[in-house]
Design a protein around this ligand. Structure first.
Ligand code: ATP
Ligand code: LTN
Length: 335
């Protein structure tokens, strides 16, 4: 159509390295579905990133498919959003290599995720784990994304992506759109239920600290009942002095839409027992339809296959255009 304005683009992804957590849902996925009408959205299963840490091959395959089903069940309509598997689009590996050569050792050394993960996997500090932010920069830049919706822990990786893009554009002229991180106001950093000073994470060793998106209601309730609080017996938002309670308030607020003052008023004079039960129930009800729909979708593998095949095709089309430009700019001889 004449005068049709090109919609802004979004790209994000999650590593299918385990079971999706309540943290990834509230920090990322939950916010994605609402963006589909306004933006042109690309969401991937970042399987290539997962092998920076050893994976069991059969589990990786299963987790990748489950993640796709969970994306759809969380409201990502495959007609309106391009859903694809990163390794199905070779341009990611191709641009990743080019960007490795425009990313500095010093800047990679400062990445918090590298420091954390190399401490946790001291016997496998491989080159991929170190250069991972360059691959992630390629993921984003291939789609000329305007916005990258992620949780707070990924902000540093979007910033290095901007630095790499600016450096490349500075040398070769306008090639990449400079993306912005898009981080939710509530839910950007959900903490572990048992050690609220640490981020809730799917690779957490303590299974009680982490609630999974597809977990059974009774297990979710049990975990919330055991959640660490304090001896104050007062529901008040104060992350520094009351990290456990404040984390539960964040979760309740993200699940129900209630503001912190409303939550404080609702539980004034009531014990933590009541509060933890209410938070647990709000999470169970939020996740119930997603779990049921994910299970239903997983029983229809043929459908999921059509989605990731068409996703790979649509994603490749956009990605290859950017890759072509990049190859030309750096001086690779056209085939
Ligand atoms: P891993 O333990 O394998 O590093 P993770 O559980 O930290 O994984 P990711 O797969 O790295 O989760 O994250 C997926 C998305 O969810 C990212 O956008 C990330 O920022 C967001 N996210 C992950 N954990 C949280 C959390 N606890 N709170 C808010 N957002 C989160
Ligand atoms: N690094 C992210 C996953 C990820 C991603 C991306 C997120 C890989 N590529 C591109 C946004 C955009 C993580 O570990 N959560």
């Amino acid at each position: 159509m004449e005068n049709e304005v090109q919609k802004k683009r979004i790209l994000s992804g999650i590593q299918p390295s385990g079971n999706l957590t309540l943290g990834s849902y509230l920090g990322a996925i939950k916010n994605w579905a609402a963006l589909a009408d306004e933006y042109d959205c690309y969401y991937m299963m970042a399987d290539m990133h997962t092998i920076t840490v050893r994976q069991v091959p059969a589990d990786l395959r299963r987790n990748t498919l489950t993640q796709l089903a969970a994306y759809i069940a969380s409201g990502l309509d495959p007609e309106k959003n391009v859903l694809f598997v990163q390794s199905h689009v070779p341009a990611h590996a191709q641009l990743g290599w080019v960007l490795d050569c425009y990313t500095m050792f010093g800047e990679l050394s400062r990445m918090t995720q590298f420091k954390d993960k190399s401490a946790k996997n001291a016997d496998n500090i491989n080159a991929g784990l170190f250069t991972y932010p360059a691959l992630m920069a390629g993921d984003i830049l291939l789609y000329q994304a305007d916005l990258v919706p992620v949780g707070g822990d990924q902000k540093q990786h979007v910033e290095i992506c901007r630095d790499i893009a600016n450096r490349f554009n500075g040398i070769y002229g306008e090639t990449f759109k400079i993306p912005e991180p898009y981080i939710p106001k509530v839910g950007a950093r959900i903490m572990s239920l048992t050690s609220p000073e640490n981020k809730m994470s799917k690779s957490d060793k303590d299974p009680n600290g982490c609630v999974y998106m597809l977990e059974k209601p009774e297990d979710i309730m049990r975990k919330f009942k055991k959640a660490v609080t304090d001896s104050d017996a007062c529901v008040r938002f104060d992350p520094e002095n009351k990290p456990g309670v404040s984390n539960l308030m964040q979760i309740y607020s993200a699940a129900t839409g209630a503001a912190f003052e409303q939550i404080e008023a609702e539980f004034a004079g009531r014990g933590y027992g009541d509060f933890k039960k209410a938070v647990g129930e709000s999470v169970v009800e939020m996740l119930r339809p997603i779990r049921e729909e994910t299970e239903r979708l997983l029983s229809d593998k043929a459908y999921l296959e059509t989605i990731y095949r068409s996703g790979a095709e649509r994603a490749s089309y956009v990605a290859n255009r950017t890759l072509g430009k990049v190859y030309k700019k750096v001086g690779f001889l056209a085939r």
